[in-house]
Ligand binder design. Structure first.
Ligand SMILES: Nc1ncnc2c1ncn2[C@@H]1O[C@H](COP(=O)(O)OP(=O)(O)O)[C@@H](O)[C@H]1O
Ligand SMILES: [Mg+2]
Length: 270
């Protein structure tokens, strides 16, 4: 059984350009797939098409099926917003590159995080406050009390991304999509947030679609990789296969250019 089954996905712009073409892949429960490609290759549009969040004017065709024992199979392409709302959060959740896109600037962090937890688990009052504190601790926020009372602009970029991860996990999704979740962070914070994300995905047995442009990063956190170029898949395989024997010239250039690849591969042997 596949949790996510994408078949012949195409994303077309308002002016009729095909930005993603004939893309097919599957992710099973608990599997980790990396989507890698240069800037503008269609990675984010793929993530948005999977969650039914394409910008207005853009259209998806083909098929995107999300299937969990709890919900049964659901076709995302062409689904009404009401159906999509039932899938977002508890079936699939996204962490975006820029944490501020996930956070309301005018609402204290604790209140924002409380909302999905309340909806999912029906908690109120002191129990809800305790669950919010636990969620902040789970993403290793060191001062959960202060952060819960802060507005998003009052905490650091790394803390904001940790909060965005906590928000994405609050509804206990079966599939987490992480779209370049560390690209906007300082290098020192990047490794911490990646390790946190990998640990949480393992601890919860979630499936992961991890999007990135750096093969060293993507290969460190995923098992299989799909290489995207100009909106099309050019190669896919296990991290080992891609790194040891890249076939497409673009993949070869990615492998040759991957910095710190050796250490990333050591990390893969978990
Ligand atoms: N809202 C939009 N309107 C028009 N074109 C867009 C929009 N978003 C993305 N694109 C175009 O679609 C292509 C793929 O974009 P995207 O999926 O964001 O790339 P990636 O995430 O791989 O960097 C790019 O050429 C980009 O310019
Ligand atoms: Mg992108």
């Amino acid at each position: 059984m596949s949790l996510l089954d994408v078949t012949g996905l195409r994303v077309r712009s308002a002016d009729g350009r095909d930005l993603v073409r004939d893309l097919s892949f599957t992710i099973g429960p608990g599997e980790r797939l990396g989507l890698i490609g240069e800037s503008g290759s269609g990675k984010s549009l793929t993530a948005l098409a999977v969650t039914g969040l394409l910008p207005s004017g853009m259209t998806a065709s083909g098929s995107v099926v999300l299937d969990t024992p709890e919900t049964g199979p659901s076709e995302v392409v062409g689904a009404p917003e009401r159906r999509l709302n039932g899938l977002r959060g508890r079936v699939v959740s996204v962490v975006f590159q820029e944490p501020l896109t996930a956070l309301d600037p005018l609402m204290r962090v604790g209140r924002q995080l409380a909302e999905p937890i309340r909806r999912r688990r029906g908690l109120r009052g002191a129990a809800l406050r305790a669950a919010v504190a636990a969620a902040l601790q789970e993403v290793r926020i060191t001062e959960p009390g202060r952060v819960a009372r802060a507005y998003p602009h009052e905490i650091s970029g790394g803390q904001r991304q940790r909060v965005a991860i906590a928000m994405a996990l609050a509804c206990e999704p079966a599939l987490l999509i992480a779209d370049e979740p560390t690209t906007a962070l300082d290098v020192t914070v990047q490794a911490e947030v990646l390790a946190l994300l990998g640990g949480l995905v393992t601890a919860r047995g979630m499936a992961l679609l991890f999007i990135g442009h750096d093969l060293a990063v993507v290969s460190g956190i995923t098992d299989r990789v799909l290489v995207l170029k100009d909106g099309e898949a050019v190669e896919s395989g296990t991290v080992r296969e891609i790194v040891d024997a890249p076939r497409h010239p673009y993949t070869r250039s990615l492998v040759a250019g991957a910095r710190h690849l050796d250490s990333a591969l050591d990390w893969t042997n978990r």
